[in-house]
Design a protein around this ligand. Structure first.
Ligand code: ADP
Ligand code: TYD
Length: 211
């Protein structure tokens, strides 16, 4: 059993099945005897969860695009300092539902072109990429229908509709090419267990290649 820490993230458009697959992977890895931390962004630590409420609830237009970027980055810094880095250092497997690639997409693309600011802030304040990123790719219409099926108050980005989701899907696929060494693309438009089986295979291959 490995004692080396690993940092695995899930990315994709809203409703693609990230949270479902992250949870199933965590359960599977625990069954295999690994020490697993399952977490999410924005949030994942007490301070970052407070910031989550600021960015995902209330009137979204009270933040400029730049302020929103700073808030997401502040949340990530707290999450990284308090939870992610200590867990990796102690040999745990950290599975995170969304991370910096979501900022590259949502803050980087949705309200003008802020990508270079996103990357500059990331280098300055976060300075670490995941070891493995699983992109759950799917048709935006299907993703939006699934996301709308959920109840809740955090509708900030889901409300942007299909055009933005199309742009995000294309953007995520482009990121997978840009960071080809750590990205794996999985077709999310299938039955939950079929997607989960492929996720497990990808993670098992990653762990055995990095031991
Ligand atoms: P995300 O975290 O990417 O927004 P979720 O995991 O919350 O997506 O899934 C959104 C909704 O779709 C949930 O109600 C979930 O139960 C359902 N769902 C997830 N994966 C599948 C799948 N492969 N097929 C059908 N429904 C799914
Ligand atoms: P999440 O709870 O993962 O939503 P979903 O389950 O619908 O995918 O994330 C909430 C929203 O936050 C989502 O619409 C994407 C957005 N987001 C950003 O805009 N920037 C970020 O850096 C992160 C992590 C999320």
């Amino acid at each position: 059993m490995t004692s080396k820490g690993h940092f695995i993230t899930f990315e994709g458009i809203d409703g693609s099945g990230k949270s479902t697959q992250a949870r199933m992977l965590a359960d599977h890895m625990r069954d295999q005897g690994y020490d697993v931390i399952l977490t999410r962004e924005p949030g994942g630590s007490a301070g970052a969860e407070e910031i989550r409420a600021l960015v995902l609830q209330g009137d979204p237009d009270r933040w400029s695009a730049e302020t929103e970027l700073l808030l997401f980055t502040a949340a990530r810094r707290d999450h990284m300092e308090r939870l992610i880095q200590p867990a990796i250092d102690s040999g745990q497997i950290v599975i995170c539902d969304r991370f910096a690639d979501s900022t590259r997409m949502y803050q980087g693309l949705s309200r003008g072109d802020l990508r270079s600011k996103v990357d500059t802030l990331h280098d300055l304040m976060i300075g670490r990429e995941p070891d493995l990123t699983i992109l759950i790719d799917m048709d935006p219409g299907q993703g939006l229908a699934r996301a709308k099926g959920r109840q809740g108050t955090e509708e900030r980005f889901e409300d942007f509709g299909t055009d933005l989701q199309e742009k995000m899907r294309a953007g995520f696929l482009a990121l997978a090419t840009e960071f080809a060494n750590r990205f794996r693309i999985i077709d999310g438009g299938r039955a939950i267990n079929d997607v989960a089986a492929e996720v497990q295979a990808v993670v098992t291959a990653h762990l055995s290649s990095s031991d």
